[in-house]
Design a protein around this ligand. Sequence first.
Ligand SMILES: Nc1nc2c(c(=O)[nH]1)N[C@H]1C(S)=C(S)[C@@H](COP(=O)(O)OP(=O)(O)OC[C@H]3O[C@@H](n4cnc5c(N)ncnc54)[C@H](O)[C@@H]3O)O[C@H]1N2
Ligand code: MOO
Length: 390
Amino acid sequence: MISVDEARSLVLALAQPPESEEIAVAEALGRAMVAPAVARLTQPPFDASAMDGYALRSSDLPGPVEVIGTAAAGEPFAGETPPGSAIRIFTGAEVPSGYDRVVMQEHVTREGDRITVEGASANLNIRLRGNDFTEGTAFRPDRALRASDLGLIAAMNVARVSVARRPRVAVLAGGDELVRPGQQPGAGQIVSSNDIAIAALAREAGAEPFILPLARDTEDSLRARFAEAEGADLIVTIGGASVGDHDLIARVAEGLGMERSFYKLAMRPGKPLMAGRIGDTAMLGLPGNPVSAIVCAKLFMQPLIRAMQGLPAGDGVAQAVLDRDLPPEGDRQHYLRARLIPGESLPRIAPFEDQDSARLWVLAEADALLVRPAHDPARKAGEQVSFIAL
Ligand SMILES: Nc1nc2c(c(=O)[nH]1)N[C@H]1C(S)=C(S)[C@@H](COP(=O)(O)OP(=O)(O)OC[C@H]3O[C@@H](n4cnc5c(N)ncnc54)[C@H](O)[C@@H]3O)O[C@H]1N2
Ligand code: MOO
């Protein structure tokens, strides 16, 4: 069995360079830019007042000086600015040349057109031209676009952005025991939850997932479902990956010409993970146990989807202090469901007692996966360990 790191490299190698599309900046939340946005103007475009108050010369302080006009945002003052003068000014208005400071109106006493200043702050209250960004500056963050990024790009007067096309991810769950949420399970049946969770994880990573109809435990049914995944960039199967008589995924995928990257890795949960390519479509075969499927999707599917958009895969590993003693590990890298507790410099991490890979409730209560390498010796509370936040 290969290691988690080797498996990760093989999975990431399945990503091909992203195709791009141009979309309105307002639609670009969560998307990956493939070309920078280039500022079409300088911001602020002029020296702008940061306060409501009066623009004047520092050398005239504390006054009195004469108020000779007004400037508001969008309505500049066009007149001369002789020594001994000031203008009424509002936040965002252009500060006329000649004046070097704005005093807040709270520090001003006004009688008719004359003002006197008391307690002006050291801050000049002027945002200099170009102090945010200048025309021609390029912006392309190495991550999915955040809300504030969209604001910045719009402020740069860039209306449309080039982003990676969302990878289309077909999610295929199968098993004779499965029914859809809301249906009444018959004898021996359960509700299919994995495809719902895996599609959501795909969406979270920037993909456009589509859930295929449930497959039955026959090769014909599986082949029919694979055919419905036509056009997908990635097909993710769930279940049927292990060694039982009903575990048909490997056989069917092979029959469809799958070039296998690997099958089975030294990981817990998630040993029967499978990866490869069928023609132009990447394929991940996740194990059926719900926690195994979700942990594998976090560790392999999400990085692959990010890489498909040209984004860094990111391992997300952080450090914490162990909250209780742990026995030695076996021959697989172990991802333990755990709870984080605020700590001093590092958080503390408390793994749950029950690590059954079918217990979704425990996963819902967890906010981290504690990562233990294969053959890790026994650990004592207080030791530093690695984790991945959920
Ligand atoms: N003799 C062995 N048995 C098993 C081994 C092994 O090495 N030797 N490995 C175990 C491990 S580890 C895992 S993980 C599971 C994975 O098995 P499969 O990928 O073949 O998954 P299934 O058998 O199809 O299902 C396992 C379990 O998960 C439930 N399931 C499946 N799909 C869904 C779904 N869409 N939603 C909710 N739950 C689902 C299914 O009912 C089973 O309970 O194999 C071990 N066995
Ligand atoms: O490794 Mo399986 O994925 O234990 O549940």
